[in-house]
Design a protein around this ligand. Structure first.
Ligand code: CMP
Length: 242
């Protein structure tokens, strides 16, 4: 069972909460790792680097490369991203036990958002290598990460794309539930030029190309990255896809 904090009688209360140290009884609660057996969790904690971040400090900056993953041990961080119009939009506030920085690890690329401490916080930093090691022994961690990741991509797309700006947060949440997850093999055609639109899509994982026939030649118009939306033009205009 859980042991007490081990404070000696009469000792003055600590000036601030003790850091979540594996040596104490106050192991941080990290839902992502809740399936790990305790020894594995402690082993992982030892490999994490604790960082104290003052309020206002940027931990991750959108667009920069990054190879580590973070857990909020204590405090509060704000996740923001520039929208299509270049304005900084709030995507989420994350508190004790939440994680961030997984996107750059799941498919290598620049950071998709900026993460800033909103209050003095303690974050645990985990390298990609350590996380990969955990995942190889405990695959359920990867499943949980991917599920969160897909929800976040969807939320981010809806928060930043101008198409969804007229909707409030609740509406957006309800809309999010209408999306269905679909898998496609390499080479599959999702939308075909000249055909009726089949839906509005957001790419969660993988890579897509957009092509158009110009004078009988197939020209590549764009390559879509995860988080991109497509299919909206023909849907809104109620016309065959262009
Ligand atoms: P990454 O792209 O590596 O760095 C920025 C992080 O912000 C990202 O990983 C996610 O962890 C986090 N993030 C991005 N979008 C959202 C969102 N909609 N809600 C919560 N966190 C997000």
């Amino acid at each position: 069972g859980p042991k007490g904090p081990g404070q000696r009688g009469g000792a003055p209360p600590p000036r601030r909460p003790p850091p979540p140290s594996p040596a104490g009884s106050g192991l941080p609660k990290i839902p992502l790792f809740s399936d790990l057996p305790k020894p594995a969790f402690i082993e992982l904690l030892v490999k994490m680097k604790m960082r104290e971040v003052p309020a206002g400090q940027v931990i991750i900056r959108e667009g920069q490369p990054g190879e580590s993953f973070f857990v909020v041990a204590r405090g509060r961080v704000r996740v923001t991203r520039r929208n299509d119009a270049g304005r900084e939009v709030l995507l989420a506030r994350l508190r004790d036990g939440a994680f961030f920085g997984e996107m750059a690890l799941l498919h290598p690329g620049p950071r998709t958002a900026t993460v800033t401490a909103e209050a003095e916080s303690q974050v645990l930093e985990i390298t990609k290598k350590v996380l990969d090691d955990v995942i190889s022994h405990y695959p359920t961690v990867a499943t949980a990460l991917r599920n969160f990741h897909q929800q976040r991509l969807l939320a981010t797309c809806m928060a930043t794309h101008e198409l969804f700006q007229p909707f409030n947060l609740d509406d957006r949440r309800r809309l999010m539930e209408k999306f269905k997850s679909r898998n496609f093999e390499r080479g599959a055609v999702l939308l075909e030029e000249g055909q009726p639109p089949t839906g509005l899509y957001i790419l969660l994982h993988g890579r897509l190309v957009v092509t158009k026939l110009v004078d009988g030649e197939e020209v590549t118009l764009a390559e879509l990255q995860p988080g991109s939306m497509f299919g909206e033009m023909s849907l809104l205009a109620n016309e065959p896809t262009n």
